[in-house]
Design a protein around this ligand. Sequence first.
Ligand SMILES: [Zn+2]
Length: 283
Amino acid sequence: MMDVLAPFDADERRAVSPVICYPTVTLPQPDMALYTAARSELTEVAQIRIPPREANAIDVPAGHFLRIHSVEGSQVGDLNLFNRHDLGERFYSGKTRALHGTHVTMGDRLWSSFPNLRPMATVTHDTLAWYGIDDFGGSVHDVIGTRCDPYTGHLLSGDHYHHCCHSNLTRALADHTNMPIKEAEPHIHDVLNVFMCTGFTRDTGQYFMKASPVRPGDYIEFFAEIDLLAVLSACPGGDCSTVHSSDAAECFPLDIQVLAPKLGSLQEWVPPQVSGYDRSHGR
Ligand SMILES: [Zn+2]
């Protein structure tokens, strides 16, 4: 690397305190008491299993709960979310990260793409909420990774591996919507990395992963704020302690459950509106 001389006041400039980019004081807060009441009595209405190194899709009606369960072994999942009636409105991991931070847990929301920018889902329970941020700067359920994909895999290894989350999600969306695979692929987007433990190294700023702390019996639960199509891949990285983008890691299934709320508990619930921005962009 070229030598670049530091200015005389380099330490002073580094010592400036950071400012939070998006102060959340004006961010509309979810009514967690309402969700707590709604989830006090849940009835299962659907369940699917995601086989290892595969993906599967399920519809989740607005006002219902979506639970992703760890079963059989420590396994990471890559989640895509769509508005069930408009695939153009989809989960926006970058904006979710900007609003809530690098990892999500109870009370955080999964936001949708422009021009809608509204909460698609709210995290209502997370059995890994105890994890916090570890000494490496790692935490669980990240919105900093992308999704493992065969293009990056090919770039780095020359392989043609077909069970990366990107491909799994593409096949599952194509099957669920009866869409040709090439038409389905552009709808696949950056994911919520469910149960994945990740961070950035402090010295080099590199994206790292480590063995997920998830164990069978753990789950993360979301309240569907709009009618959702959820597509989940059981990552070929397994617990993501070693490698991904290959068949090398031990992998386990994941289960998804759709649960109806307690009867009459959502009378006060106000479904989220799309963004009120006038979209004139100054013209
Ligand atoms: Zn993956």
